[in-house]
Design a protein around this ligand. Structure first.
Ligand code: SF4
Ligand code: SF4
Ligand code: F3S
Length: 265
């Protein structure tokens, strides 16, 4: 069988914490290694490239020239409108994004920071951080939010795009429906307790020990769209609510500003 050509990928990191990349490399199905070795050719990544400095910049520019209209651009981290706040290779993050986006076939805004602005965009937003879609309006931008997102969601999105050579089906906010169509609340293992009106009132009361619903401790599962309750983390082992922690809504827009992340009791 003819082997498909690996798709060139440029992976930019702007105002980020690298948590999104760290999550990606831990994907277990498909394994990040299979994605990197069989599906894509990662030509530029601040975390994973062997090259650095001028060599890395040359690789980015070569891909833009030789694969105009063919490469995928992944962006991790928000972009500051205050251009002096983040520079890479001597140019501002905004300039780097606009330049790299020009010849991209599609852009994946990977993580809450690049999807919505994330932590840097939280009030008072001193860098005037914005999302990729706030700056790039003439290319398809796929939002894969989460702080960080589940690694398997990202490898799943990439695998879909490479296999079918088209964008996955997106919802009205640009998120792949396959992974963001349900609320955490819809698939939560504690949902039966919510329906029965059984709630933990504090993190160490009898209700918490019994696994009751965490709504009264600030759980944002009823308003958060993500796959955590179905796919779970670390190869399907767990997710925040299973570990006794409310969902803080990390894949939602403005989640840092949307009320208290935790309710202390
Ligand atoms: Fe880090 Fe979260 Fe931003 Fe990803 S979305 S770069 S994990 S702060
Ligand atoms: Fe819904 Fe959160 Fe309760 Fe789960 S713990 S049932 S997501 S409110
Ligand atoms: Fe984030 Fe809530 Fe999942 S906090 S990791 S969306 S359970």
């Amino acid at each position: 069988m003819e082997k498909k050509r690996r798709v060139p990928v440029l992976w930019l990191q702007m105002q980020d914490c690298t948590g999104c990349s760290e999550s990606f490399i831990r994907s277990s199905h498909p394994k990040a290694g299979s994605v990197l070795l069989d599906m894509i050719s990662l030509e530029y990544s601040e975390l994973l490239s062997a090259a650095s400095g001028h060599q890395a910049e040359m690789a980015r520019k070569r891909v833009m020239k030789e694969h105009d209209g063919e490469y995928l651009l992944v962006v991790e981290g928000s972009i500051p409108r205050q251009e002096y706040c983040a520079t890479i290779g001597g140019v501002s993050a905004k300039e780097l994004l606009l330049e790299s986006a020009r010849g991209a076939k599609a852009i994946i805004a990977y993580g809450t920071c690049s999807s919505w602005g994330g932590i840097a965009g939280a009030k008072p937003n001193p860098t005037e951080a914005v999302s990729v879609a706030d700056l790039v309006t003439d290319k398809p931008v796929i939002r894969v939010p989460g702080c960080p997102p589940i690694g398997e969601v990202m490898t799943g999105v990439i695998a879909h795009m490479i296999t079918f050579d088209r964008l996955p089906e997106l919802d009205h906010l640009g998120r792949p429906k396959a992974f963001y169509r349900h609320r955490i609340h819809d698939k939560c293992n504690r949902r039966a307790y919510f329906d029965a009106g059984l709630f933990a009132e504090s993190f160490d009361d009898e209700g918490a020990k019994q696994g009751y619903c965490l709504y009264k401790l600030g759980c944002k599962g009823p308003t958060t769209y993500n796959s955590c309750a179905e796919m779970r983390w670390n190869g399907g082992v767990g997710f925040p609510i299973l570990s006794g922690n409310p969902c803080i809504g990390c894949s939602e827009k403005n989640f840092w500003d949307n009320g208290p992340l935790f309710v202390r009791r």
